[in-house]
Design a protein around this ligand. Structure first.
Ligand code: ATP
Ligand code: MG
Length: 414
């Protein structure tokens, strides 16, 4: 992509009402634009990042044997009355009147809709287990939506629901999803820790959160550095400095951003909504359910919160909008024609390249390159061309290296 044609130029100052670091950098870089509190447009660069995150999520969920579906955002009150959650959701769910006085809500979570879908389609133990997920924008009337992509009122969620005949089959799958979550966060460049938490509005039981330790996080976690003990303080009985209840080590505290949350639902929804299967003996039983949420847009914001420096964003490889930022410095014919050639060569080799072909000063171009945070920068200038070379620099590293143009492709591929 030629940067001269890119919609969404960088800007010097973030919009005044953006206070969070992720929103400020993403806004300056031309990744997102706020429409109103907690509601964002994704510009071409931002959409590329979001889509990459969604695709990683998709790959990892598919690898657990789950299947992707897409459920409606408009949901009828009657369905929510079956579980008695319509009233309790009033603060969170956008609820309004449709035609003919019908009550409608915008999807803030989909337990009711998926349970309805499954009870209409699955009847026998032979059809279980099944795990279904969707990647969809969700709506929640959040009271504090000042953290950029970390807390949207319209935001992206991957929500997955699994249905099982036995508790042990459920547990096996639940543990598998835990591992796949850790794997997908790692691919997104995030080090997420599994933290025990309450079940919130979903279940009376506990849940497991995936927390990325970060000072700007809203959650507080007590954890042990010697073992895997970690609890959200909303349920933790240990204080900082206490003995770890698991290994006798010490309890520490950290702020965290909740990037994912998974819940054993048992038969809460299947029982209330009569989502039953017939077992081997012909007996009807409610399905045992789990649900597994994570937020692609919050993940995007979290990556920026933990991976940046004073110059801008540092995208991890797998989620970066482009792999290479090719920058032509010097604004003369020779430089542009060499850079054009290199651009064509890289693109033909299947690389994702953003090519800064603008007539701007070196200062502006290099500054923008740091702000955008593409993992590899390749600079072509009169100075590099004197040596028939280009300069390669990784965004996350200090050192730059001159590489001969002939050897560039091999070098990059390493
Ligand atoms: P929080 O406690 O932060 O409000 P939650 O526990 O209500 O989140 P869940 O219902 O567990 O969130 O949603 C699953 C996932 O969806 C979360 O782990 C998070 O990654 C994402 N998510 C939830 N609410 C938001 C939001 N308002 N904006 C962006 N992402 C969100
Ligand atoms: Mg949660």
């Amino acid at each position: 992509m030629r940067q001269s044609k890119l919609f969404g130029k960088t800007i010097k100052e973030a919009a005044k009402d953006e206070i969070s670091l992720n929103a400020r950098l993403l806004n300056r870089g031309g990744f997102v634009e706020k429409l109103m509190s907690g509601v964002y447009s994704y510009l071409p660069l931002g959409l590329r990042v979001l889509d990459k995150i969604k695709n990683i999520v998709r790959e990892e969920m598919n690898a657990t044997g789950a299947m992707e579906v897409l459920m409606p955002t408009l949901q009828p009150k009657e369905l929510w009355d079956e579980t008695g959650r319509w009233e309790g959701m009033k603060d969170v769910m956008f609820q309004f009147k449709g035609r003919g006085d019908s009550d409608i809500g915008l999807g803030c979570t989909h337990e009711e809709v998926i349970t309805d879908l499954v009870r209409k389609r699955i009847f026998s133990y032979k059809e279980l287990p099944v795990s279904l997920y969707q990647i969809q924008d969700k709506f929640r009337n959040e009271p504090r939506a000042k953290s950029g992509l970390l807390r949207g009122r319209e935001f992206w969620m991957k929500d997955m629901y699994s249905f099982h005949t036995t508790e042990s089959d459920f547990e096996k799958y639940y543990d598998e999803v835990k591992l796949s979550y850790l794997q997908l966060f790692k691919r997104c460049g995030l080090d997420a820790k599994i933290v025990e938490a309450s079940g919130g509005i979903f279940t009376e039981k506990f849940s497991h959160e995936f927390q990325v330790f970060c000072e700007t996080g809203e959650d507080t976690i007590h954890y042990c550095r010697e073992c895997d003990f970690a609890q959200n303080i909303e349920i933790c009985e240990e204080n900082v400095g206490d003995k770890c209840p698991k290994c006798g080590g010490e309890v520490f505290e950290s702020k965290g951003i909740e990037v994912g949350n998974i819940f054993p639902l048992e038969t809460k929804y299947s029982g209330a909504m009569n989502a039953c299967f017939t077992d081997k003996n012909g007996e009807r039983k409610p399905m045992i359910m789990g649900c597994y949420g994570l937020g692609p847009s919050r993940i995007m914001g979290t990556i920026v919160e933990v991976s940046h420096d004073d110059k801008g964003i540092i995208w991890p490889k797998e989620v970066a909008p482009f792999a290479v930022h090719l920058v032509a410095l010097g604004n003369d014919e020779k430089v542009f024609s060499s850079a054009d050639q290199l651009y064509d060569k890289l693109v033909s080799a299947g690389m994702e390249v953003l090519y800064d072909d603008r007539e701007e000063s070196a200062g502006i171009k290099l500054g923008d390159s740091d702000l955008l945070g593409i993992p590899m920068r390749i600079v072509i200038s009169n100075r590099t061309l004197e040596k028939n070379s280009a300069e390669i620099k990784m965004r996350a590293e200090e050192n730059a290296e001159l590489v001969e143009l002939d050897k560039l492709l091999e070098t990059i591929k390493e």
